[in-house]
Write a protein that binds this ligand. Structure first.
Ligand SMILES: [Zn+2]
Ligand SMILES: [Zn+2]
Length: 448
């Protein structure tokens, strides 16, 4: 059972590079190994028959061991060369990155290696907040994110501890004829606690700690987490809910998580979506909501530049000629529907997000879910959200010609709405109030 009694600030292991043939970098200042050191300067490491071979400079072998842990002296940092960032996204590139804390190098069975940064949790958070947030964001929002990231991470560590010896939970319902219902949760990493890209939380070492603001936000929220009863909350968040947040079960397992249930993201209470007419009305209107903002200045301050390509996220429209959507569906789902005839929402969550969608074609009909799978199938990348209504245009003979998706929100919509939270912070709401608005019934507690 997880508890939120006072504890020590944990150290966490962040996977920076994984499944590499070789890792190279530079130790800035002294590091001590197990039975050797101090060492500093350029190094490289690779796996040789299950052992890590660490070499300095040209070819001087420093150590050969099943695992290597280089412990930093105070003020020492290390650099890793050619770290991939923006993994899986179109802007993927590599850069050299500098880290505080210890460096652990471990071999994998297939002869590759992983480079892991071992760092106190609060130092890690400083970097995450600086990497994910713009330093010019409102202070209240930085604090919200500090508490959110800390909670998410500690909940993940608790979960890992709990499920250590048990098998992984299913992420798919049993195969039914004509149905693909899948969801994707973060899979546990084996050699480290979290990875450094968006799969977990974006972490780019200390180069990004340029932000005194992020440091203040971390310091002033030190040890504070969101709790519900005895548990640290699994604090989910997405970019923009669209006016109503979503239930946990629309995106992941069919279970009720009390603090991850739908709320009205507005000063007024919008009722949850219950019918198709209700969904159409909601999505085609422009209701008042915290995330309904056109304040470009604020958006620039809260979203890193590469996320700002998306201009309209509160309400959006995307249109496909029939043939194009057929091709996307073929490629993304692996099924050939033939002539696409109809797209029918079968079930929606309270934010209007569809979790069961029927796709009808001349050759095949299928039911797809949950929300992320639907977004994958209907776009070359990802549809902004599964809260949409579809308008089908027909030719004079009644054959579908064009499909127009009118949608609401950006992301799964469960938990905290980042743009809504930023707007609330800009309007002067304190961090605690913002968090309690999104995570109903939750409390903020200091655990160390
Ligand atoms: Zn990860
Ligand atoms: Zn929102």
């Amino acid at each position: 059972m997880a508890n939120h009694k006072v504890r020590q600030q944990p150290r966490i292991k962040v996977g920076i590079m994984d499944r590499q043939a070789e890792v190279s970098g530079r130790l800035n200042g002294d590091f001590r190994g197990d039975g050797f050191g101090p060492v500093s300067g350029r190094f490289s490491a690779k796996a040789v028959s299950g052992m890590i071979v660490l070499t300095a400079g040209a070819h001087l072998e420093l150590a050969r061991s099943p695992s290597i842990r280089l412990i930093a002296r105070e003020d020492s940092t290390f650099e890793l060369f050619h770290v991939t960032i923006g993994n899986r996204f179109h802007w993927e590139r590599t850069e050299d990155q500098t880290f505080q804390g210890n460096l652990i190098i471990l071999p994998r069975k297939e002869g590759t290696i992983a480079a892991i940064n071992e760092i106190p949790l609060e130092d890690y958070l400083k970097s995450v907040i600086s990497s994910e947030m713009n330093a010019a964001a409102p202070m209240g929002f930085l604090k919200v994110h500090a508490i959110l990231s800390r909670s998410w991470l500690l909940a993940a560590l608790d979960r890992k501890e709990k499920t250590k010896e048990t098998s992984r939970s299913a992420r798919k319902t049993p195969e039914e004829e004509g149905e693909v219902i899948r969801w994707y949760d973060r899979e546990d990493h084996d050699l480290f606690d979290v990875c450094a890209d968006d799969h977990c939380q974006r972490y780019q070492g200390i180069r990004k700690i340029a932000s005194a603001q992020a440091e203040v936000a971390i310091r002033e929220t030190l040890g504070r987490v969101i709790v519900y009863g005895d548990e640290i909350c699994d604090a989910r968040y997405s970019k923009a809910c669209g006016g109503l947040t979503e239930d946990f079960a629309t995106a992941w397992d069919d279970k009720r998580v009390p603090y991850l249930t739908s709320i009205s993201d507005a000063p007024i209470a919008h009722p949850p979506i219950a019918t198709e007419e209700g969904a159409t009305h909601w999505i085609l209107s422009a209701p008042e909501a915290y995330c309904h903002t056109k304040d470009e200045g604020l958006l620039e301050k809260i979203l890193p530049s590469f996320d700002r390509e998306t201009k309209s996220f509160f309400r959006w429209t995307i249109e496909y000629p029939r043939e194009e959507l057929e091709e996307i569906l073929r490629e993304k789902s692996g099924f050939d529907f033939g002539d696409l005839q109809e797209i029918v929402p079968l079930r929606r969550g309270p934010s209007g997000r569809i979790c069961r969608l029927k796709i009808v074609g001349s050759k095949k009909s299928m039911i797809a879910g949950k929300e992320l799978e639907i977004r994958r199938w209907l776009s070359r990348s990802h549809l902004y959200s599964s809260a949409f209504v579809v308008k089908t245009q027909h030719d004079p003979r009644g054959k579908a010609e064009r499909f127009t998706f009118h949608g609401a929100g950006w992301g799964h919509g469960v938990g905290l709405c980042q743009i809504g939270a930023a707007v609330m912070a800009a309007r002067g709401f304190p961090a605690e109030k913002i968090l309690k608005h999104y995570f109903r019934g939750a409390e903020i507690k200091k655990i160390y």
